[in-house]
Structure formats: structure tokens, C-alpha cells
Design a protein around this ligand. Structure first.
Ligand code: IMP
Length: 199
């Protein structure tokens, strides 16, 4: 598939928050979500690393649709918990993908911990014209003692990025995108696409 045909890029996600974030970052491309491609099933992410899970999702979409596509996988790595929840961030409190339950569990695990340092890491796997590339973005920060803010999703209310006074959930989506793990990984993806696709 050549670029002039490729204004469409499938983002392998069911998460409307992530789709919204990505559409803001890529105004010049039409980003489709899984629902737009009639993929309603959950893609099983049974890899042991963020890279493996991103690749599993991108492979799945490429095999089903044949479209250029990308998938991301994100983990929150907490130093005092030896890197947990990490690759299990979505299912930390069980299989329900319940953001509040995950956050509550993390706050419980961190109750007596002095070292609050943590980082979000995103890995993106892009399949462009059948070729794979990987991009990584990281944001360092700390786990707050209590949730703050109503924006965003997931662990946003309890994560404060380094050198910022607001939690991710107290920032606008533009503020968050400009410094976030996914924002940084996506900027690398964007730079790559601009070069490859000459846009
Ligand atoms: P995913 O791989 O992007 O689905 O992310 C796995 C889990 O990490 C999600 O279920 C969220 O709990 C959490 N997560 C991912 N991205 C973010 C973010 O930007 N803010 C807060 N939590 C996130």
C-alpha cells in the first residue's frame, strides 16, 4: 500500500480515550479504531513484554484487515513494587479491566512505601506496507497517595509526572499528550511516518 492510498491507519484499540488522544496527535491522517473495522472481539495479549503484546495486536489487525496499522501496549512500572504492575497493568486487580479497582489495589500496595517513583512506558508496533517497526516512549514520575483529578483514564489520577505539580488526571488532554509516554512514542511514530510517507 503506497502513501497516497494510505490516509487511513488502523489503531488496534477499543479504548475511546486512546483513539481521541491519537486523533488529536495525527490530525492529517484518518485513524480508524477496531470498531471501525468490525473487530469487536478482545485481542488476547498473552505476551510477557510490552513489545510482544504490541506485536500480537498489530499482527492480528494486519492479518484480519490487510491495512497498515499500529498497536500500543503500556505498562506502569513502580520501583517499590519491583516493576509491577508493568505488563499486567490492565489486569492488576483481576480480569475485569476495572480502572478504579486497579488504582485501589496499587494504592493499597503502596500504602507504606516511601519510594514512590514510577514510570509509564509505551511500546508501539507499526506495520506499514507489511514491514514492522517499534517505538518507545517513557515518562518518569511518582505515585500519589490519593487520586487527584477527573480527566484521562486508568492510573492517571494517581500519577504525577516528574517536574509537574498536576497529576495526569488534572491536566488537559493536550498537556498530557505533550509529555506522556504514549505522546512521546507517538511523536517517534509520527516522525517515522512523515519520513516514510512524505507528508
Ligand atoms: P494499554 O496497553 O494501553 O491498554 O494499557 C494497559 C493499562 O495501563 C490500561 O488498562 C491502563 O490501566 C493503564 N494505562 C495505559 N495508558 C495509560 C495512561 O495514559 N494513563 C493511565 N493509565 C494508563
Amino acid at each position: 500500500m503506497y502513501f497516497c492510498e494510505m490516509e487511513k491507519l488502523v489503531f488496534a484499540t477499543h479504548n475511546p480515550h486512546k483513539l481521541k488522544e491519537l486523533r488529536q496527535i495525527f490530525p492529517s491522517l484518518e485513524i480508524l479504531g477496531l470498531h471501525d473495522c468490525n473487530i469487536t472481539e478482545e485481542i488476547i495479549e498473552d505476551g510477557h513484554t510490552l513489545e510482544a503484546n504490541a506485536e500480537i495486536k498489530a499482527d492480528y489487525v494486519f492479518q484480519k484487515t490487510g491495512f497498515s496499522c499500529f498497536a500500543d501496549d503500556t505498562g506502569l512500572e513502580v520501583d517499590a513494587l519491583h516493576g509491577a504492575p508493568g505488563v499486567l497493568s490492565a489486569r492488576y486487580a483481576g480480569d475485569g479491566h476495572d480502572f478504579n479497582a486497579n488504582m485501589d489495589k496499587l494504592l493499597r500496595e503502596m500504602k507504606d512505601k516511601e519510594n514512590r517513583s514510577a514510570r509509564f512506558k509505551t511500546v508501539i508496533c507499526l506495520i506499514l506496507n507489511g514491514r514492522k517497526s517499534f517505538f518507545e516512549g517513557v515518562v518518569e514520575g511518582e505515585i500519589l497517595h490519593q487520586p487527584r483529578g477527573d480527566e484521562g483514564f486508568g492510573y492517571d489520577p494517581i500519577f504525577r509526572p516528574l517536574n509537574h505539580s498536576l497529576s495526569f488526571a488534572e491536566m488537559t488532554s493536550d498537556e498530557k499528550n505533550s509529555i506522556s509516554h504514549r505522546g512521546r512514542a507517538v511523536q517517534k511514530l509520527l516522525g517515522f511516518l512523515l519520513k516514510q510517507l512524505d507528508i
